[in-house]
Design a protein around this ligand. Structure first.
Ligand SMILES: [Zn+2]
Length: 160
C-alpha cells in the first residue's frame, strides 16, 4: 500500500486493499470495575438508580445516561440476577465465522428491577420455540472459578 497518488479531486474517493492490525483496550471504568468485583463474589448484580429521572441504570453508571445526574456511590443498589427475555436469536456461527458444533440461543435480557439489559446464552435446545418474555435466571461459575467478568455467567436458565 502506498500513498504516492496525489488526490486532486475530493469527490473521487480511492481505496486500498489490505489488512490492518487494530488492537484496542476497553477500560471497565469505575462503575464497571465495581460491578465486576461484585459479580466475582455474589450471585447478583449492582445497579444505579437515578433520583432525578427515576431510571435504574444497569450496567451501573457514575452518571445517569438519560439526564446526566451524578449518582453517588451510597445510592447503588443490589438487584437479582434474573430477568426477562426481550429478543433472541439462534447463533450457528461463532465470532470468527466458524460453524459451531451446536447452535446457541443468544438473548437480550432485561434485568429485573432495572431499566437495563445484558446479552446472554439461554440454556435450552428447542430451536423452534419462542423464548420472548420468558423469565430467566443467571447461572454463575463457582466462586473459586470466577474472574470478575461477564464470562462468570455460564448461561441463563428458564424459570417460567
Ligand atoms: Zn437520570
Amino acid at each position: 500500500m502506498t500513498f504516492i497518488e496525489k488526490q486532486t479531486d475530493p469527490t473521487a474517493p480511492t481505496h486500498w486493499r489490505g489488512n490492518m492490525q487494530a488492537d484496542y483496550f476497553y477500560s471497565n471504568g469505575v462503575a464497571g470495575d465495581k460491578l465486576f468485583k461484585y459479580i466475582k463474589n455474589n450471585d447478583g448484580f449492582l445497579a444505579t438508580p437515578c433520583k432525578k429521572c427515576n431510571k435504574v441504570l444497569f450496567p451501573p453508571r457514575m452518571y445517569c445516561e438519560n439526564c446526566f445526574e451524578e449518582i453517588p456511590e451510597d445510592q447503588w443498589i443490589q438487584v437479582p440476577a434474573t430477568g426477562t427475555v426481550r429478543l433472541f436469536t439462534i447463533a450457528t456461527i461463532n465470532a470468527h465465522g466458524e460453524k459451531m458444533k451446536e447452535p446457541k440461543i443468544m438473548a437480550l435480557i432485561n434485568i429485573d428491577e432495572t431499566d437495563g439489559a445484558l446479552l446472554g446464552v439461554i440454556n435450552a435446545k428447542e430451536w423452534e420455540k419462542d423464548y420472548t418474555d420468558l423469565k430467566v435466571k443467571a447461572i454463575f461459575k463457582s466462586k473459586e472459578e470466577r474472574e470478575g467478568t461477564l464470562k462468570d455467567i455460564l448461561y441463563w436458565n428458564i424459570i417460567s
